[in-house]
Design a protein around this ligand. Structure first.
Ligand SMILES: Cc1cc2nc3c(=O)[nH]c(=O)nc-3n(C[C@H](O)[C@H](O)[C@H](O)COP(=O)(O)OP(=O)(O)OC[C@H]3O[C@@H](n4cnc5c(N)ncnc54)[C@H](O)[C@@H]3O)c2cc1C
Length: 343
């Protein structure tokens, strides 16, 4: 069988690599960084991808790593809260520090060849798949988007996922393993923000009087877990309009406030695995394999991305946010509608 070469060992690349190994396909995976490592991510996986992931990482294994599940979501704005929402599917809560490391280990145990600290130039050549994460863009409709995350201890959240809307964006709180709470925010600015490595606590901590501020008042931060990204592009892209075979954020990034990007990375990897196995065994040409993958990705994700874009543009807009808040108070089913449509 022919070898599939994967560039990027984040969630999409590792899931694809492991799934291909389980199908008996030889795989080489090139990752620019190492494991374990912290990443900017809300660290709750919500959607169909959770079920796919469990076929690769059985629940007892995830539980041994400290994974938790969450069934409820609370949304706050300042000190106000919307009614508690039951999630239609439970979300998996595990740090990317652990999850990516676990996938990398399973990939190697399954016979995959992993090259860490090895940056490869993305290639459209036959046999190569790009899973190298988001395509950066400095500004998006005049705004710059920055993502910050750090783990904290002594934060009083229960099993609920919490989303705190702020004037510049939102901050999510999600309890993960080892009594850690992942604090992750996405913020909009007009100008570049220097000195984030010193000021991140102020960005993530909320303003005095808000529930977020209260939650984090006595937090002990794990300084080593801090990470940040900028140049986030939230403009949806179609797979068919891009060159080569791509999975995960390398195709397109769904707005993070949906909490569905990890699921899309896993779902996309599963969609891509069967055609790639067909190519590897000589049953399908590379062109056909590529066409099938982009058609399936666009077919499954287009509507979700369109809903997510509308949601992002409203909720994270200075004028849209109060409007969305008041409408959600009047019509609680609106939240459930958006949640369903972005999965
Ligand atoms: C602020 C924020 C909050 C988020 N919160 C959530 C959430 O709560 N739930 C959720 O589901 N999603 C969330 N997401 C989205 C989620 O993190 C991504 O969708 C997911 O990580 C995509 O996985 P990926 O494998 O495609 O990309 P990544 O996880 O970015 O992995 C790409 C990998 O490729 C490697 N790489 C890059 N270039 C090269 C190269 N040339 N050669 C070799 N390796 C390379 C990188 O080192 C990296 O390891 C959030 C995103 C942001 C920005």
């Amino acid at each position: 069988m022919k070898t599939v070469q994967v560039i990027g060992g984040g969630l999409a690349g590792l899931t694809l690599g492991l799934r291909l190994r389980r199908l008996g396909v030889p795989v080489e995976l090139f990752e620019a960084g190492t494991y374990p490592r912290h990443r900017v991510c809300g660290e709750y996986l919500s959607g169909q991808g959770h079920n796919f992931l469990k076929t690769l990482l059985p629940e007892p294994l995830l539980a041994r790593c400290g994974a938790r599940t969450s069934r409820t979501l609370r949304i706050f704005c300042g000190s106000q809260a919307l009614p508690l929402q039951e999630l239609s599917r439970p979300a998996l809560c595990l740090s990317r520090y652990r999850l990516d490391e676990l996938l990398a280990r399973e990939f190697c145990s399954a016979g995959g060849r992993l090259y860490v600290q090895t940056r490869q130039t993305p290639s459209n050549k036959e046999g190569w798949v790009t899973a190298s994460g988001r395509q950066p863009s400095i500004r998006q409709e005049g705004w710059r988007w920055i993502g910050l995350k750090a783990h904290a201890f002594d934060v009083s959240v229960g099993e609920d996922l919490e989303m705190h809307l702020t004037p510049q964006g939102y901050v999510g709180l999600c309890a993960v393993e080892e009594n850690r709470v992942n604090v992750c925010g996405l913020f909009r600015t007009r100008e570049a923000v220097p000195g984030l490595s010193e000021h991140w606590r102020e960005w993530l901590g909320g303003s005095p009087g808000s529930t977020l501020f209260e939650r984090l008042r006595s937090a002990r931060w794990d300084e080593n877990s801090f990470s940040s990204i900028s140049a986030i592009s939230l403009h949806p892209r179609r797979a068919a309009e891009q060159e080569g075979i791509r999975v995960g954020d390398a195709v397109t990034m769904i707005p993070p406030l949906t909490g569905n990007g990890m699921s899309m990375a896993v779902e996309g990897a599963f969609l891509a695995a069967d055609p790639l196995a067909g190519w590897s065994s000589g049953k399908m040409s590379w062109q056909e394999c590529s066409r099938r993958i982009s058609r399936s990705l666009d077919g499954i994700f287009s509507s979700r991305l369109a809903w997510a874009r509308r949601l992002q543009q409203t909720v994270l807009h200075p004028l849209g946010q109060p409007l969305a808040w008041n409408l959600s108070l009047l019509f609680p089913s609106l939240l459930r509608l958006f949640f369903r449509q972005t999965r």
